[in-house]
Every structure is written in structure tokens, then in C-alpha cells.
Design a protein around this ligand. Structure first.
Ligand code: F6P
Length: 322
């Protein structure tokens, strides 16, 4: 393979730039021509494709976001547009793609692969919801951002003796909540993977209050089946303690990537380029027990993200009132 393209797609994640840098530089290092495709699949369909040089990706390793920009493409869900995308790639002479994104982006990639374009998926999403890999790029940075918020919120919640619900991202996956609670501490963790009833939530808060906790912290994943403002109102009624909600939203998606995310991005993107260079079939690249692993792209999409029930139980034990 002589000409390859790289794009970032879906929600951005800190570390995507490190992956773009590695893809471009590893490609050039192997004597390939590397093209940057702007705005994900949307840019592909509109032919927004530029030749990348070694220096094009200078000074981006430490930056959050993605210099290639990103988008969620509804057009690319239709076969006629996937066909169009394959034709655009052919017109540019691009023989294979590195796609940095989450499950939706991988699905787009798999559709493109069916049109004969080899696609390598590099896992870029703060949600950590791809089952074939232990971690996704951006997750570690997002967890560290949430940890900072928990620390700040704990101070003010204690001073005012309040309950605070922190609603973190994660539509279908509670990993951001889980890792933040394990490392940051909270009285209650609410994730889409585990059903809860309101009485149980209130009981935990009351137990904390009874043992003299000055605050109650509840970390809730956005995919949990309860509205955070409604939960706050119910908590106030049932516990007699003031309750507030904090929704950090996109703050969780920004910021300079951690070492862990930069490393993951660099090694997975480098592997993606190596596979394209070797004319491999389409693959998803990930990390498993510290080693870079690859899996057939379609198969990888079918692996269900496993929720770490053991870590969930542990966080519940550690967050208990005495
Ligand atoms: O997939 C990453 C993610 O940040 C989710 O956690 C969140 O639900 C979603 O993206 C938000 O997407 P958008 O940027 O389209 O609002």
C-alpha cells in the first residue's frame, strides 16, 4: 500500500491528535503518502482531503480535540453515501484508511470495508465502551478531569452539608462513573448496567448522614435511567438535606491528554499503519493486558463491553457510611 488516509470521527477524545500524529509519521516513515481527511466521514463525502507532511502534525501531541476536526455523519449510514465515499477515496488513490473513533465510526468503517477499502479502527472515545479493548483513547484523561471536579465539589458540598449529584458522560457504559468513583470516592454510584431503586439510593445517603458525613456525593452516568434533577428533588424530600446537581458535560471531552492516552494513541495508530503497510484485512486495534491486540473489525464490533461488577461492588464498599 502506498497511499493511506486518516480521519477522526464521532465525539472527540483527548489523545486523538497523538493518534493522528503517529499515523502520519509512521506512514511517512514507511515511505507511504498520508492524507488527512477533515471532519470525519462528512469531510470524506465532501472531498476535504489534504496531503499530510511530517511537520503537519508537529506540536499537536499535547493538545486535546482533533486537528482534523470531527463530525457525526448521518449520511454515512446510507449505503449510497458509503459507495460515494469509496469512490472519493479511489479518485484520490487512497488505498486504505485509519479511522480514529468509537463504535459508530467503526460501523462506518466496516461499511466502507465491504466496498473493498481496508480500514483499521483505532479506539478513540472517552466512554471506554468498546468491548474488544481494555481501554479507549481519551478515557483516562476524562476520568482525571472528573476526579478534579469531584475534589472541588467535595469541598463545597461539605461546607454546605449538601448532597451533590455529578452527572458524568457515558450513554450506555458506566466506566467513566465507575473509575471516577473508585479513585475519587462517592457515597453512591449509578450506572446504566445496574438497576437501582430510589429507596436504596436514599438509604445509602441517610446512612452516610447518620454516621456524620458532612456531604453526600452521588456520581451518576448520563445513561442511568433517572433524571438527575428529579433525583435531587427526591433526595431533598426523603433525606431532608439540600441537594444540587452538577453536569460537567463537554468539559470531560477536552484538555491535554494524559500520558496513558498519548501512549495508547501512539501505539495503536502505529499498529494500524503497520497493518495497512502489510496489506492486512480490516482490523480494530486495541490494548489487552498491556499488549497491543488486533481483531477483525466486524467481530470487534460484536464484542460486548464487559462491566466490571467487582470494581462496582468495591466502590460501594469503600463509599459506605461507617
Ligand atoms: O461518545 C462520547 C460522548 O461524549 C458520550 O459520552 C456522550 O453521550 C456523547 O458523546 C455526546 O455527543 P455529542 O457530542 O454529539 O453531543
Amino acid at each position: 500500500m502506498k497511499k493511506i488516509g486518516v480521519l477522526t470521527s464521532g465525539g472527540d477524545a483527548p489523545g486523538m491528535n497523538a493518534a493522528v500524529r503517529a499515523a502520519v509519521r509512521c506512514g511517512i516513515d514507511r515511505g507511504m503518502e498520508v492524507f488527512g481527511i477533515k471532519r470525519g466521514f462528512e469531510g470524506l463525502l465532501d472531498g476535504e482531503i489534504v496531503s499530510m507532511q511530517w511537520h503537519s502534525v508537529g506540536d499537536i501531541l499535547q493538545r486535546g480535540g482533533t486537528i482534523l476536526r470531527t463530525a457525526r455523519s448521518s449520511r454515512f449510514m446510507e449505503d449510497k453515501w458509503v459507495e460515494h465515499g469509496a469512490k472519493i477515496l479511489e479518485a484520490f488513490g487512497i488505498e486504505g484508511l485509519v479511522i480514529i473513533g468509537g463504535d459508530g465510526s467503526f460501523r462506518g468503517g466496516a461499511a466502507l470495508a465491504k466496498k473493498g477499502v481496508p480500514v483499521m479502527g483505532v479506539p478513540g472515545t472517552i466512554d471506554n465502551d468498546l468491548g474488544y479493548t481494555d481501554y479507549t483513547i481519551g478515557f483516562d484523561t476524562a476520568v482525571n478531569t472528573i476526579l478534579g471536579l469531584i475534589t472541588n465539589i467535595r469541598d463545597t458540598s461539605s461546607s454546605h452539608e449538601r448532597s451533590t449529584i455529578i452527572e458524568v458522560m457515558g450513554r450506555r457504559c458506566g466506566d467513566l462513573a465507575l473509575h471516577s468513583v473508585l479513585s475519587g470516592g462517592a457515597d453512591v454510584i449509578l450506572v446504566p448496567e445496574v438497576k437501582h431503586d430510589i429507596n436504596e439510593i436514599c438509604r445509602r445517603v441517610l446512612e452516610g448522614q447518620a454516621t456524620g458525613k458532612a456531604h453526600s456525593l452521588i456520581v451518576m452516568a448520563e445513561g442511568f435511567d433517572m433524571d438527575s434533577s428529579e433525583l435531587a428533588r427526591t433526595l431533598e424530600e426523603m433525606t431532608g438535606r439540600e441537594a444540587r446537581t452538577v453536569v460537567p458535560g463537554y468539559i470531560q471531552r477536552g484538555g491535554s491528554p494524559t500520558e496513558k492516552d498519548r501512549l495508547l494513541a501512539s501505539v495503536t495508530a502505529a499498529k494500524a499503519v503497520e497493518l495497512l503497510f502489510d496489506d492486512s484485512d480490516s482490523k480494530a486495534i486495541g490494548i489487552y493486558r498491556g499488549e497491543v491486540v488486533t481483531m477483525d473489525l466486524e467481530k470487534a464490533l460484536q464484542v460486548k463491553a464487559e462491566f466490571r461488577r467487582d470494581l462496582y461492588e468495591l466502590s460501594n464498599v469503600l463509599g459506605k457510611g461507617k
